[in-house]
Structures are given as structure tokens and as C-alpha cells.
Design a binder for this molecule. Structure first.
Ligand code: ARG
Length: 463
């Protein structure tokens, strides 16, 4: 048996080193090096606690602390040589620490396992991503509020089934996304509060016989408390799954908005003009300006939700506590987080830059019999007609207008009275789109006053 052939960290019981294929399937250093700063932060907290509890000497703790800072600067400076033979970030850092500080490095792993170590590192990383996502969403909300303020009065068609339904305001439409994104932020905050318990000190699975202070490391690392069950602490990946579900729902919202921008920027709609900065051209069709950023944002939900499904599937059959399957948790989460952040940034840029085309919006708002409901409501209010009857009379008028190839306001009073004799000239006041939106004063409705009230509420909440 030689120490060099087998593993320096656990080579004691091994006579031979791993097969190359074993090394390839086993190593995670190719991706978990992204956890380097979290790993070093966790190790520093652990070493400080060990010294504080009299488990290692203050001198050893100081050597470890200094050495870890050197390792961190090597990694950040790009001079650190990562080794696949050393499997993962934890063993890479520890091995380098040993080269730098010698014997004290061997004491760092007292009362700790890679199982609680990786859970801690990954949690710290996910927690940072949650904070970044909350900020990224905040920037998009800000951009949407600006659009909503500018266009609180602009009318546009509101759709159901993507068929013209009733006129709404641009501001109202923008604010719908603000509500969705506000829920996304609130979900992430909930997830953050729930996940903020420290796994460190759970050791391999059962806790440790050393007199450690898990509350100290928890506080040091910004956790609210230590996780209360060591088996759960090392085998829990709920925090990553919750992040992925929050990210999936947020990406789904972005995807819906992206789809609207794709439709709205088409020549057939012309509701918005996207900036050159967030569009691309075609290599063959000189006239083309394609909404690629929107299309890619629309697609991002695929990989983000895919990550969610993948990790859920990895976890679903695992017995307690740690299994190596769980090493497969990271790449998917890294990818999902990167792409969520990119999608948020691209959407924010697009929203800031895009301009609404007020005239086509208003024209579209007035077409497709969009004020038919206003007409029916008028019949109820002015003539005390039951709504069902009013619906029928209005339907007959829509059919009449459709047959003539005109819109409702183009019918004459005589045409109207031909369908229902008691209709008066007053009906025409409700057929215009401006009046239609202004009348929808119910709380949360599309009237510009209501939209401004909601913008104000959001501004106050953000201040
Ligand atoms: N690289 C491993 C992971 O990401 C670290 C934990 C390894 N633990 C073990 N008992 N082999 O999950």
C-alpha cells in the first residue's frame, strides 16, 4: 500500500487508487469550485469555533485562518491548481492548506464531515442567489413601474383567449406583471427565511462527540440557528428545491411577458417597438428585426424548470442520510440561477428600452367590438334591463355591426332602436374606449386613477 496511489484524505483503508473512470464519475471539482468562497468561509467559522471550544489550540486556529485566506486569494487570483484526484472543492482547499500551513491543517476536519460541509457551502451559495434574484426582480419591477407611470392613460385592447375582450390601459397591463414579480420576491423571501438554519456541526450524520458550539458557527455564517436534527441537516436539499421552484415560477412569468412582447412587436400588432439593443437582424432578410432576447427569455423556463424536476428526481428515493447522488444537486442549480439572473437582466433592459406605440394601441383597443360590455352595462343602468337580456340585445347589435363591416359606435341611433326601441343617444357616451377604461373604477380595475393608486402603493412599499 502506498499513500500516493490511494487517496491522501481517506487512503488508510485503500490499497489502490481509483480507476480513471471512477475518478471521472466521482469528481465534482469541475463544477463545485464555484463554492470556493463559501467553503472557505465555512471552514474559517468552524476553525474559530473549534478554538473557542478548546478543541484546537488558538495557534492552530490562527494558522488555519491565515492559510485559508491565502488559499482564497490564490483561487480568486486564478493561480490555484485544482486537482481532479482531490475530488471536490473541500479536499482541494484542505490539501492546499496543508501545503501552506502544515500540521494544523489536519486538525480543521475535527468534528466535521464533508457531508455537513457541503450542505453548508451550498446553502450559503443558494442564499446569495436568493438575495441576487430578489434584487434582480426589484430592478425589473422598477422598470415596469416607469412604463406604467408613463402610460397610465394609454388604452390598449385587453384580451381573453387572445381575442379582443375589453379596453384596458397600458399602465394596468404593466402593473399586472409587477404583481406577479412581487409574489416572486415574496416567495423567495419565504424560502430564505425557512432555509436559514446551519447544517454545520451535524458532522457525517449523527453529530459529534466533541464539545462544539453549533450556535456560534450558525451566527458567524449569518444563519438564524443550527438545524435541529443532524440526519436531516446533511440530507436536506429542500433549500435548493425551493429556490428552483421559486425560480421556475418567476421564469414562467418572464416567459409569459416575453411571449406578449414577441406578439406585440410583430408587424401585425405593432403595439411596441423594441430597441435595437435588444433585437437582432436576419442574415438573409434585410427588413427583419427579431425579438431574440424575448424569445430566449421565453425559453429559459425550459432549463430552469428542468433543473427543478431533475433535482426532485435525484432526491426522491434517497434513504437518510447523505448519499453521493446528492453531488448531482449543484450543476442544475448553478445553471438555473445563472439563467434566471440573465433572463431578469435581459427583460429589465428590454422593458426600459421599449416604446409603446400609442396610436396602434388605441386603434386596436377600439376595434373588435371591445366596448360591447360597456353597451350591455349601459342597458342595465339606463333601462333597468336584466343583464342577461342586455347581453342578448348587445349581441344582436354586434351581429348587425359585423354584418355591415363597421364597429359599434358607427351604428346610427335608428339602427340601435331597430333592435331595442328604448335606446337613447346617451348610449354613444359609453362606446368610446377612453370612457370605457375611465369607468372601470372598481378596486384593482383598469381606470387610470386606479392604476395610479396601485403605482403609488408600490412606490411606497419599495421606498
Ligand atoms: N463532493 C461531495 C458532494 O458534492 C461532497 C460530500 C462528499 N461526502 C461523502 N461522504 N463522500 O456531495
Amino acid at each position: 500500500m502506498t499513500q500516493d496511489k490511494s487517496n491522501a484524505m481517506w487512503g488508510g483503508r485503500f490499497a489502490a487508487g481509483p480507476d480513471a473512470i471512477m475518478e471521472a464519475i466521482n469528481a465534482s471539482i469541475g463544477f463545485d469550485q464555484r463554492l470556493a468562497s463559501q467553503d472557505i468561509r465555512g471552514s474559517r467559522a468552524h476553525a474559530a469555533m473549534l478554538a473557542n471550544c478548546g478543541i484546537i489550540s488558538p495557534n492552530d486556529a490562527e494558522a488555519i485562518r491565515e492559510g485559508l485566506l491565502t488559499v482564497l486569494s490564490e483561487i480568486e487570483g486564478g493561480t490555484f491548481a485544482f486537482s481532479t484526484a482531490l475530488e471536490d472543492i473541500h479536499m482541494n482547499v484542505e490539501a492546499r492548506l496543508k501545503e501552506i500551513v502544515g500540521e494544523p491543517a489536519g486538525r480543521l476536519h475535527t468534528a466535521r464531515s464533508r457531508n455537513d460541509q457541503v450542505a453548508t457551502d451550498f446553502k450559503l451559495w443558494v442564499r446569495d442567489q436568493i438575495d441576487a434574484a430578489i434584487n434582480g426582480i426589484g430592478a425589473l419591477i422598477e422598470a415596469l413601474l416607469e412604463q406604467a407611470e408613463a402610460g397610465a392613460d394609454w388604452v390598449m385592447p385587453g384580451f381573453t383567449h387572445l381575442q379582443t375582450a375589453q379596453p384596458v390601459t397600458w399602465g394596468h397591463h404593466m402593473m399586472a406583471y409587477v404583481e406577479m414579480l412581487g409574489r416572486d420576491q415574496s416567495r423567495l423571501k419565504d424560502a430564505r427565511a425557512r432555509m436559514n438554519e446551519s447544517p454545520l456541526g451535524a458532522a457525517a450524520l449523527a453529530g459529534t462527540s466533541f464539545p462544539i458550539d453549533r450556535f456560534q458557527t450558525a451566527t458567524d455564517l449569518g444563519f438564524d440557528r443550527p438545524a435541529a436534527n443532524s440526519l436531516d441537516a446533511v440530507s436536506d436539499r429542500d433549500f435548493a428545491l425551493e429556490f428552483l421552484s421559486c425560480a421556475s415560477i418567476c421564469a414562467m412569468h418572464l416567459s409569459r411577458f416575453a411571449e406578449e412582447l414577441v406578439i406585440w412587436s410583430s408587424a401585425q400588432f405593432r403595439f411596441v417597438t423594441l430597441s435595437d439593443r435588444f433585437s437582432t437582424g436576419s442574415s438573409i432578410m434585410p427588413q427583419k428585426k427579431n425579438p431574440d432576447a424575448a424569445e430566449l427569455i421565453r425559453a429559459k423556463i425550459g432549463r430552469i424548470f428542468g433543473a427543478n424536476v431533475a433535482l426532485m428526481t435525484v432526491m426522491k428515493g434517497l434513504p437518510l442520510a447523505y448519499s453521493k447522488d446528492m453531488q448531482e444537486d449543484k450543476e442544475q442549480v448553478f445553471d438555473a440561477a445563472d439563467n434566471l439572473m440573465l433572463a431578469l437582466a435581459a427583460m429589465t433592459g428590454m422593458v426600459k428600452d421599449m416604446s409603446a406605440n400609442i396610436e396602434p394601441l388605441e386603434k386596436a383597443a377600439a376595434s373588435g367590438f371591445s366596448t360591447a360590455t360597456d353597451l350591455a352595462d349601459w342597458l342595465v343602468r339606463a333601462l333597468n334591463m336584466p343583464f342577461r337580456d342586455a347581453h342578448h340585445v348587445t349581441g344582436t347589435l354586434v351581429a348587425l355591426a359585423e354584418g355591415r363591416g363597421c364597429d359599434l359606435p358607427d351604428l346610427s341611433l335608428a339602427d340601435m332602436q331597430g333592435v331595442h326601441a328604448e335606446i337613447t343617444e346617451d348610449v354613444f357616451t359609453v362606446l368610446g374606449v377612453q370612457n370605457s377604461v375611465a369607468s372601470r373604477q372598481s378596486y384593482g380595475g383598469t381606470a387610470p386613477d386606479q392604476v395610479r393608486a396601485q403605482i403609488k402603493r408600490w412606490r411606497e412599499a419599495l421606498a
